[in-house]
Design a protein around this ligand. Structure first.
Ligand code: NAD
Ligand code: ZN
Length: 342
């Protein structure tokens, strides 16, 4: 089969012919249809310090995908050839306290698809059956291809109640864009999106933001006044990994507010803890998706009218992977999808 492989330490990825993966008794073999490019894939492609610490080549990269079941192991009874599925990219241990209690997203021994095991940028991928999500009928395949980052968006957006609340979204990358639509769907009053990139600000408006600002030009206190807000933001979704964005969120929160932090900073961030204490804020880290409550929520919100398709801006054949990665890296893009059947 063809696969996109990090063949050796250093920048770049190679489209190579590799052996088709073999399945164990608990595994599902999936013919990949479409994949999404994540920031993680960009880190691995460019071989940044995180990738150097984390990745052991050779490795097939990628973790966001939709595809069709072609074969199942002898223990697998719930999946059948032809099922349209996506993969939960966090393969958990199944034995720790949290796994045994059903809180699998809290497993401390998670192995990442396309990070610690062969990924989905390939014609075929294998996952344990516990990591396979069978899509409900009627799903759009482009949307199904990005259930992994859509799940990051939903997990973060629903970390605190948003019905009737005023929500700040910092960072309108693909995940911030989807989260904007989710909090709007979930009944937020004002959704203020802060994003320096003009292309993404435009997309954020299409995703349902009440106000979109360039944080270099406008202060959030002024936006609050303009909207007639008096208490501050009830909920903030940190989706930039940027220190200034996190500090601006803290400075603009209402007392008792909640900040869900998904963005991954590249260095330590100094914060004024006094502000967190006296405003009685809750800061909550978010990693991955809840298995499978987040997947259920994604599915039913799509069925009740949530539309995340405007966040998908580019589509390529996997053969044009260099152009696809360039589009994802440019910043003038939302979600970038590669088709593995064309
Ligand atoms: P992205 O890098 O495409 O988006 C981040 C956005 O933040 C960019 O559009 C950037 O212009 C914007 N930004 C930069 N400085 C800003 C500032 N001062 N104020 C407001 N916005 C600012 O990333 P993404 O794919 O949308 O993911 C969002 C974040 O979540 C990233 O940090 C990513 O590493 C992280 N992430 C975390 C998890 C997890 O499980 N915790 C999973 C996936 C991604
Ligand atoms: Zn575990």
């Amino acid at each position: 089969m063809l696969a996109l492989v990090k063949t050796a330490p250093g920048p770049g990825l190679q489209l190579q012919t590799v052996p088709e993966p073999e399945i164990g008794i608990n595994d599902v073999l999936i013919r990949v249809h479409k994949t999404g490019i994540c920031g993680t894939d960009l880190h691995i492609e460019s071989w940044d310090p995180w990738a150097q610490r984390t990745i052991a080549p050779p490795l097939i990269v990628g973790h966001e995908f939709v595809g069709e079941v072609v074969e199942v192991g002898s223990n697998v009874v719930d999946f059948h050839a032809g099922n349209l599925v996506s993969g939960e990219g966090h393969v958990v241990c199944g034995r720790c306290r949290h796994c045994l209690a059903g809180r699998r997203h809290l497993c401390a021994h998670t192995i990442g698809l396309g990070v610690g095991r062969a990924g989905s940028f390939a014609e075929y991928v294998v996952l344990p059956m516990a990591n396979v999500w069978h899509h409900w009928p009627g799903i759009d395949e482009d949307v199904a291809a990005i259930f992994d980052p859509f799940g990051n968006a939903v997990h973060t957006a629903l970390a605190f109640p948003v019905l009737g609340e005023d929500v700040l979204v910092s960072g309108a990358g693909p995940i911030g864009l989807m989260a904007t639509a989710v909090v709007r769907h979930a009944g937020a009053r004002f959704v203020v999106v802060s994003e320096p990139n003009a292309f993404r600000r435009e997309l954020a408006a299409r995703m349902g933001a009440t106000v979109v600002i360039d944080p270099r030009q406008r202060d959030l206190h002024a936006v609050q006044r303009e909207l007639g807000m008096v208490e501050g933001f009830d909920v903030a979704l940190e989706m930039s990994g940027n220190a200034a964005a996190l500090r601006a969120a803290i400075a603009n929160m209402a007392h008792g507010g909640g900040i869900a932090i998904l963005g991954i900073p590249t260095a330590e961030i100094a914060l004024d803890i006094n502000e967190i204490v006296f405003k009685m804020l809750t800061l909550r880290g978010i990693y991955g998706r809840e298995m499978y409550e987040t997947w259920y929520k994604m599915t039913v919100m799509l069925q009740s009218g949530l539309d995340i398709r405007p966040a998908i801006t580019h589509r390529f054949s996997f053969r044009d992977h260099e152009a696809a990665f360039a589009a994802a890296r440019s910043g003038d893009s939302g979600k970038v999808i590669m088709d593995w059947t064309a």
